[in-house]
Design a protein around this ligand. Structure first.
Ligand SMILES: O=C(O)CCC(=O)C(=O)O
Length: 403
């Protein structure tokens, strides 16, 4: 089934692309999965019986708490704890009591192989539906609302990067000028692909617990084939009704680290239909992360049209996570859902990733610079994130919390 991704004309995340959308190999959960070391397996050979078991497990989990289906005796009591400055529950006694976050995931070898070969994978039920709908999604929405100025400023910077007058005016912009930023974006007449916010983990205790959890650490280390990973970046992507397609891009173009070992977990904050039914989940250019030939011979920016099979992971339910490698080309359709589409992402890199040398760093696309601007000038180029010279960056309260 063919579908068109209508790209805007600014920013890195997109190009006007017409692709053939072959459904990705659907990835289904293995449901002996709530116990520690649960296995998250790809779909091959898993049939309707497992799907219907998964559906009834989800209903059970939603009713009785994460893990209730696999272990009916267990109830996860997510208690309300201390409150932050806005009166919202913070991490103490809150999300941290959701046992699933402390349970490592065993990613089956065939899934690791598939990720290695295709550059993407879907881990169904990596999180419980309850955790996503009742904790993560509200926390992400609160951050978006509380940090509207930051969100708008970032998008104006990206969309007006070639307009010297607008860029100059931003230096004197303050929180009181939110309306000015809104007007600048409105003037683009629907060219935006999404609104974005970085570093949610830094300000929100619940999100911090999730991004730094054993759950993600174990999945990231397995997929990258490394012992230690660092949380490099987190972000959220809000597509409002009418927002355009996310352009084809790979994340490492925007990252000042010299590495190929990066993995992004794209976590929808609600159920998302398959792209052919109007959903806005990510679509991937299969094996593009292994395409050394394209950048070697042509440089970046060559159209992906026709070069790779395009695939996706069909409908996603809250708790499913769509995962891609740092160099995998990916995009998303424009948003026709009246309620919009919201996803939270966290990106991990192997701990031996090197901080880029200064001359090279200038070539990094700046779309994500708000994610790393706070620490990059304090980092020692040419050294790994774990090197003694960069240890000061990785304190628990630092910009790159070690897992
Ligand atoms: O959600 C989107 O549309 C874009 C997400 C993305 O580019 C990413 O997760 O790297």
């Amino acid at each position: 089934m063919a579908f068109a991704l209508h790209g805007g004309n600014a920013g890195l995340r997109g190009d006007r692309v017409q692709g053939r959308c072959s459904s990705g190999r659907v990835v289904l959960p293995a449901r002996a999965d709530r116990a520690p070391q649960r296995v998250v397996r790809a779909a091959d050979g898993v049939r309707e019986r497992k799907r219907s078991a998964a559906r009834s497990d989800r209903r059970r989990d939603a009713k009785d708490g994460p893990g209730a289906a696999a272990n009916p005796r267990r109830r996860v009591h997510v208690q309300r704890g201390k409150h932050d400055r806005d009166g919202h529950a913070r991490e103490v006694g809150g999300i941290g009591t959701a046992a699933e976050l402390n349970e490592p995931v065993h990613v089956a070898p065939q899934d690791q192989l598939s990720f290695e070969r295709r550059g993407h994978l879907c881990l169904r039920n990596l999180l419980s539906r309850q955790l996503v709908l009742e904790w993560l999604a509200p926390a992400v929405r609160r951050e978006l609302a509380a940090r509207e100025y930051e969100v708008l400023l970032q998008k104006v910077e990206v969309m007006y990067e070639d307009d010297a007058a607008v860029m100059a005016s931003l230096t004197s912009m303050t929180e009181a000028n939110v309306q000015v930023l809104r007007n600048l974006l409105a003037a683009l007449d629907g060219e935006l692909p999404f609104l974005q916010l970085f570093r949610l983990w830094e300000r929100n205790g619940e999100i911090n617990k999730i991004a730094r959890s054993t759950r993600f650490k174990s999945a990231a280390t397995a997929l990258l084939g490394t012992k230690q990973v660092v949380l490099y970046q987190d972000s959220c992507f809000l597509k409002r009704m009418g927002d355009k397609a996310t352009r084809w891009h790979s994340d490492l173009n925007m990252c000042p680290l010299d590495t190929s070992s990066a993995v992004t977990f794209w976590i929808p904050m609600h159920d998302i239909p398959a792209p052919e039914h109007g959903g806005t989940g990510l679509v991937y250019a299969d094996a593009s992360h292994r395409d050394f030939s394209l950048p070697f011979w042509y440089g970046r920016g060559t159209a992906v049209d026709g070069r790779y099979p395009i695939s996706h992971h069909n409908a996603l339910a809250a708790g499913d996570v769509s995962v891609h490698a740092g160099w995998t080309l990916h995009a998303a359709p424009g948003c026709i859902e009246p309620e919009g589409r919201l996803a939270y992402t966290c990106t991990y890199v192997a701990a031996d990733a090197l901080v880029m040398a200064k001359g090279v760093r200038e070539r990094v696309h700046r779309e994500d610079h708000r994610s790393w601007a706070a620490w990059i000038d304090r980092a020692q180029p040419g050294k790994s994130l774990l090197d003694r010279a960069n240890r000061h960056l990785t304190r628990a309260d630092g910009p790159l919390p070690l897992l």
